[in-house]
Design a protein around this ligand. Structure first.
Ligand code: 5GP
Ligand code: ZN
Length: 114
């Protein structure tokens, strides 16, 4: 998607601090971290939101999810623990319309669900 911010990050048109990359997914540091570790993990193909995930994305989502512990290990938070958040739509607080997992850690996180 030409004017999608995260597609542009995937295409390296916009710089990011990459912490993980393979053929299918990209992990990079959030520009406005909400915790000492705050990584965004995204599929390289454009999927707008959780609402657009279907059976056809099974392999991709399985892979995306399986990369989470690898990112956590690399960022040094695998054993201390972390939180994975997906915001969807207006009420969910989604501001970038390209599916992304927030991986947050590096401190004891508050338990907040809105
Ligand atoms: P959302 O609110 O959609 O769940 O999360 C979007 C996230 O993208 C926010 O945490 C925001 O800080 C981050 N973000 C927005 N623009 C950029 C950018 O240009 N670069 C990076 N690395 N993160 C961004
Ligand atoms: Zn996109």
């Amino acid at each position: 998607m030409d004017n999608c911010l995260f597609c542009r990050i995937v295409n390296k048109e916009i710089p990011s601090r990459i912490v993980y990359e393979d053929d299918l997914v990209l992990g990079f540091n959030d520009i406005q971290p909400q915790a000492p570790v705050h990584v965004l993990l995204i599929p390289k193909t454009h999927v707008a939101s959780m609402n657009d995930v279907g059976r056809e994305h099974g392999d991709l989502v399985a892979h995306l999810t399986s990369v989470i512990p690898q990112v956590a290990e690399k960022m040094g938070i695998k054993d201390s623990g972390y939180r994975v958040v997906v915001n969807c739509g207006k009420d969910g607080g989604q501001t970038v319309s390209h599916l992304h997992y927030h991986i947050l850690g590096g401190k004891t996180l508050e338990v907040t669900f809105g």
